[in-house]
Ligand binder design. Sequence first.
Ligand code: SF4
Length: 65
Amino acid sequence: MRIRVDQSVCTGHAMCNVQSPELFPLDDVGYTALNGEYEIPAGQEESARRAVAACPERVFSIIEE
Ligand code: SF4
């Protein structure tokens, strides 16, 4: 599973990071530190899905393979 991240629409709610701090790091001012596409490690898909669903700005989209 991969995710696509559009950092330009992040407004810094940090809900992604609350759900999954390791997969969804924040920058120094509380916005997502991610931008682009990322492979989700095997076994962490459910955690990633929760974080994706928690974002109110739809910063993340899931790319099923
Ligand atoms: S939940 Fe969404 S808007 Fe909030 S920090 Fe994470 S990516 Fe940004």
